[in-house]
Design a binder for this molecule. Structure first.
Ligand code: GLP
Length: 261
């Protein structure tokens, strides 16, 4: 794992967007794993800007999202399908046929989860997976105690998630109770992972995920097992990390980051 600390939310999001853009320029047929949530909105805003101002080309790019709520239609404004459409897909030159999210309306939800895993496999696997982190440490909707080898499946949302995301539904009681999510094992198979966390509300969980033990109680801690995972945080989210000075030293000295400093 590598940890990169940026001065604020904008700088952290811009760094994520630049890494995505560079990977996409190097491989126009990139398979991107996408995440939702407020943290990602600024990353998508910057990718849209790179598309408009620097002609960043999404025409051959393929995408797989981490998750979707069970019971919401793709046209529901609160669905992750619509989130992606509004924040990214409709604003860039991506072919919608190349974008994939699990269907929360499938009659056979287990069958839908298997179909999604197969689609990722048939697409050649995920090259670059974007991740946010929930306050209880989830990646995707892998709530506490998700098996570290889990695959795409239906998960019940935890009380912490219902609380965190309830506002978007006008109250916890009005929101779906379950979601389809890629598993921790699915995520760990991505060639490269980029986790973005900003703001003081994420400081505790980032410290646990990065410096704590690998535990299914904090799904994001499983990323310590990943051979190529970069965690990008702003100063506020980095606040509780013990190794801050060491992480800054690596970023300043590692040749890989030369063009990003
Ligand atoms: C949702 C998504 C997660 C995301 C999390 C963070 O729960 N399922 O993939 O990481 O939100 O949300 P935010 O960025 O709004 O804090």
């Amino acid at each position: 794992m590598e940890v990169i600390i940026q001065r604020d939310k904008d700088a952290a999001s811009a760094l994520v967007a630049r890494i995505v853009a560079n990977e996409l320029r190097a491989n126009p047929r990139l398979v991107l794993g996408l995440a939702t949530g407020r943290t990602m909105e600024s990353v998508y805003r910057m990718l849209v800007r790179l598309h408009r101002e620097e002609h960043l080309d999404f025409s051959q790019c393929r995408t797989f999202n981490l998750d979707e709520y069970v019971g919401l239609s793709p046209s529901d404004p609160r669905s992750y399908n619509q989130f992606m459409y509004e924040n990214l897909f409709r604003q860039v030159n991506i072919d919608l046929r190349n974008t994939h999210l699990p269907s929360g309306l499938a009659q056979d939800l287990d069958g839908e989860c298997r179909r999604y895993e197969t689609a990722i496999e048939d697409g050649g696997g995920i090259d670059l997976q974007l991740l946010g982190i929930g306050q209880a440490g989830h990646i995707g909707f892998n709530e506490p105690l998700s098996a570290l080898r889990s695959r795409t499946r239906v998960k019940a949302l935890s009380p912490a998630t219902l609380k965190q995301n309830g506002a978007q539904f006008g109250g916890e009681d009005k929101m779906p109770r379950r979601a389809i999510t890629m598993g921790v094992g699915t995520i760990l198979e991505a060639h490269r992972c980029l986790l973005l966390a900003t703001g003081e509300s994420k400081a505790d969980i980032i410290a646990q995920a990065v410096e704590g033990p690998i535990t299914s109680m904090v799904s994001a801690s499983a990323l310590q097992l990943h051979p190529r995972c970069t965690v990008i945080v702003d100063e506020a989210a980095a606040e509780k990390l013990k190794g801050k000075e060491y992480y800054r030293w690596i970023f300043e000295n590692e040749p890989e980051w030369e063009g990003y400093r």
